[in-house]
Design a binder for this molecule. Structure first.
Ligand code: FEO
Length: 170
């Protein structure tokens, strides 16, 4: 059984994951409208991945005798300045998600809920991978700068880069 505090924290995380999915969907759609097909494919998959993170939490809350709340979503921006701007926002959003996951893990310890603590370890590992991937992409973009040929190759390379959770499904 979940304590009210844990249930509330897990429901807050459900909203964060759903908002993340919506945010990356907006980025994917923008990239597609800019003709950045590799980038948009990558971001569409990333958006799907965030929805999977949300679903995993929904099912856990319900299985543990709680009641998952399906939230209203914040409207994401629908336009972005540049590819650099997109991935800067993605990285800082992932850093925010990591902070929220860490806070949730801390609440699990305070509440002595070791089952939820164990469940949350998957998210802790996932955040390490997601932040590392976003930093790798930012490093590539800063090497490329404004070189059009480099950006073309970057977009093509991103088409081949499949987010971790989707790799098995390809
Ligand atoms: Fe589910 Fe990218 O955090």
């Amino acid at each position: 059984m979940l304590s009210p505090k844990i249930e509330e924290a897990l429901n807050a995380q459900i909203k964060i994951e759903a908002d993340s999915s919506q945010f990356y969907l907006a980025m994917a759609s923008w990239a597609e409208s800019e003709g950045l097909n590799g980038t948009s494919r990558f971001l569409y998959l990333h958006s799907d991945e965030e929805r999977a993170h949300m679903l995993k939490l929904v099912r856990f809350v319900n299985e543990r005798g709680g009641s998952a709340v399906i939230p209203a979503l914040d409207a994401p921006p629908h336009t972005f300045d540049s590819l650099n701007g997109v991935f800067e926002k993605l990285l800082s959003h992932e850093e925010f998600v990591t902070q929220k996951i860490n806070e949730l893990v801390h609440i699990c310890l305070e509440e002595k809920d070791y089952t939820t603590h164990n469940f949350m370890q998957w998210y802790v590992s996932e955040q390490i991978e997601e932040e590392a991937l976003a930093r790798t992409i930012m490093d590539k973009l800063s090497l490329i700068g404004n070189d059009k040929g480099g950006l073309y190759l970057f977009d093509r390379d991103l088409e081949l880069l499949v987010p971790q959770d989707n790799a098995a499904a390809q």
